[in-house]
Unconditional design. Structure first.
Length: 656
């Protein structure tokens, strides 16, 4: 029996970049793209070494590019020395000290702008405050802050002194925080009294207190608290210090700690709904190179750009495309504290208009939510400053892509649909917007130098239009170095023996006749229905292409005849049907729609309706929860990070 994953999505629309965009692009035309890719094939270590010398300011130049002697624990530019904060801040002081680095818009709409000179001074001052509290090179610091200038300052200050930061998303529970503090043996936690989201004050310091009280956090000797909301907090005189007291009297000059290219810059925990969180460890030099190259190539960065990535710094996207990539390029960027629907669903569009944003990078989940909340809203704002749009997270379904292209980008802005992971550090497969024609729903072609492929269970390449496992065949500078404290888990999870030394991404994908990659979902999101292996993303795309549907998530549940049954959880553009007959009719219509779009094999067995889907506060759909609901299991997972726990009951209702 074939083990390949079947692709049933057929998308034929192609959007070449305009001549005007090609003319101004950093990588201009397919010939330029191919020249870069060919250079990597001819001399792989030399290709990356050349780029590293061109982009990074080294304190001590490296003499060796790639060391594969202890695979899969690869090293890049190891004998070179640098400081990441120096590369993000000091390098710009001579050329553009007064250029705006950050435009911070608070939840209530208040705007603060700070220049590179001011940001540098704040980072140095806070770095000195950390050192004064005996936090030094190699120490781990957990950061649990709202989206703010302070979050960027805290991360950059850690990088400046060689401390290893681990940012925990402000929506995570005290239990999640406790696990991460314990695993990293952190010596300090940087937090705030509270965060402001959607007009509400959401406490943060109490979660830190609770996490520390759970035990096994003896390594923590300092808790630095930024006063954001003026909330009352419990105070521990031995541990706690206010941010403003910690920096009082500290110098605004701080010599960077020069570290090896391989010195860990940060640990970022990826959490499953089950099992111990994995601490993904990234290096300094290789990671920084990836963030800078993709800013230049994928976002086509220009010094006049106003760049806005909507991701929280608690995720890798906020590391690479908020804290490090844009600042290393000397960009002006927007940082937003709030949510896209407060005070109304026009918030994103108003911010693009007000700040004259040129590059807008957000998640498909946010795009689909905004379509549901007001598909015509963007037309009420002046979005003419935009020149490039991007998506990040899960694959974007073609209909949402088209809306984004036509309505937000006014049919003139290329869309860069980026595939990458916490573990890869930066984009791996994405269109270079001045070179690669785009197709709705496809992340298109690998970044020059990235040797992506699709293979079967034994690591053999599969043909076009055949689904399989997405792998990267050669090590690359920005990739994960290990899992903190668990090298075996790293080796077995990402470089299993049967994969011939390739990096296993954990996603299923297929490639079309033009060599374009289409991500079909996580390997564990592949359904096996009557001997056919189907990617969940394609069924979700088919559902969302129906005019009634705003959002959909598909999972499998065991079926005694077919192996697996397809269960779809659907959010309608209109109200959730209350009448049983009406609900039944919509279910039938949607099942037939999917059969017409993808074939009868992909018809959902069960369709359930909710006002929305269970998501973390960062917008990630919690598919494991949906699997539990589909299988009728009791939910035992931690649901404290859910934006909307009440909808779980709605999704249990079966339409009969």
């Amino acid at each position: 029996m074939s083990t390949s994953i079947e692709s049933v999505l057929n998308e034929t629309r192609v959007f070449p970049p305009s001549d005007a965009f090609v003319r101004q692009a950093n990588v201009s035309g397919m010939a330029a793209y191919k020249a870069l890719a060919d250079a990597a094939l001819q001399d792989y270590p030399g290709y990356w070494a050349k780029l590293a010398r061109e982009h990074i300011q080294w304190r001590k130049p490296f003499t060796k590019s790639l060391d594969e002697s202890n695979a899969p624990f690869f090293k890049w530019f190891e004998d070179g020395e640098l400081n990441v904060s120096y590369n993000c801040l000091d390098r710009h002081l001579a050329t553009q000290p007064e250029k705006t680095a950050l435009i911070f818009e608070a939840d209530d709409g208040k705007v603060t702008r700070i220049s590179y000179r001011e940001l540098h001074a704040r980072v140095c001052q806070f770095a000195n405050a950390l050192k004064a509290r005996n936090i030094n090179k190699g120490d781990r610091v957990v950061i649990y802050l709202p989206m703010s200038i302070e979050a960027v300052v805290a991360m950059q200050a850690c990088a400046r002194i060689g401390a290893i930061h681990s940012v925990v998303f402000g929506g995570f529970s005290s239990k999640s925080l406790n696990e991460r503090i314990e695993d990293a043996s952190a010596c300090a936690v940087i937090t705030a009294d509270a965060q402001m989201r959607g007009g509400k004050v959401i406490p943060l310091k109490p979660a830190v207190d609770e996490a520390l009280a759970m035990g096994k956090c003896e390594s923590v000797h300092s808790v630095i608290v930024y006063q954001r909301a003026g909330s009352e907090v419990q105070w521990n005189g031995k541990l706690d210090v206010w941010w403003h007291d910690a920096i009082a009297g500290q110098s605004s000059a701080c010599e960077p700690e020069w570290v090896s290219s391989e010195h860990p810059l940060f640990i970022l925990y990826t959490s499953g709904s089950t099992g111990k969180p994995k601490g993904v460890q990234h290096s300094s030099g290789g990671y920084l190179l990836g963030a800078m190259l993709t800013m230049q190539w994928v976002f086509d960065y220009k010094p006049t750009d106003i760049f806005w990535c909507t991701a929280d710094v608690g995720w890798v996207t906020g590391h690479s495309y908020v804290t490090y990539g844009p600042l290393a390029m000397g960009a002006t960027e927007v940082i937003f504290e709030g949510i896209p629907t407060y005070p109304d669903a026009g918030r994103f569009w108003k911010m693009i208009q007000d700040h004259k944003v040129t590059t807008f990078y957000t998640a498909p989940t946010a795009i689909r939510s905004l379509i549901k909340l007001g598909g015509e809203l963007p037309k009420q704002y002046d979005l003419s400053s935009l020149r490039l749009l991007g998506t990040v997270g899960e694959p974007i379904n073609p209909e949402a892509w088209m809306w984004y292209y036509n309505v937000v980008g006014q049919s003139r802005c290329p869309i860069v649909d980026t595939w990458w992971q916490t573990e890869t550090g930066c984009h791996m497969i994405a269109p270079l917007p001045g070179a690669v024609p785009t197709k709705p729903g496809s992340c298109t072609l690998p970044i020059p130098g990235i040797q992506a492929a699709i293979v079967n269970e034994t690591g053999e390449d599969v043909g076009d239009k055949q689904g399989g496992f997405l792998v990267i065949k050669r090590p690359f500078p920005s990739q994960i170095r290990t899992i903190w404290g668990d090298p075996e888990r790293y080796k077995n999870g990402y470089f299993p023996e049967e994969m011939r030394g390739y990096y296993l991404a954990g996603d299923s994908a297929n490639r079309d006749e033009d060599g374009y990659f289409w991500i079909m979902g996580r390997i564990d999101d592949v359904l096996k229905v009557s001997g056919h292996r189907l990617g969940t993303m394609e069924i979700e795309s088919a559902l969302v292409s129906n005019s009634l549907v705003a959002e959909a998530a598909v999972v499998g549940r065991p079926h005694e005849i077919k192996g697996e049954a397809i269960v779809a959880f659907v959010v309608l553009k209109g109200a959730r049907p209350q009448d049983a007959a009406a609900a039944k009719q919509i279910v039938e219509d949607l099942r037939n729609w999917v059969a017409k779009e993808l074939g009868p094999i992909a018809k959902p067995d069960d369709i359930r309706f909710g006002d929305n889907l269970p998501k973390t506060r960062s917008g990630k759909i919690m598919r494991r929860l949906l699997r539990s609901i589909a299988q009728g299991q009791e939910i035992t997972q931690d649901v404290s990070t859910l934006e909307n726990p009440a909808i779980l009951e709605q999704l249990k209702e079966v339409v009969r």
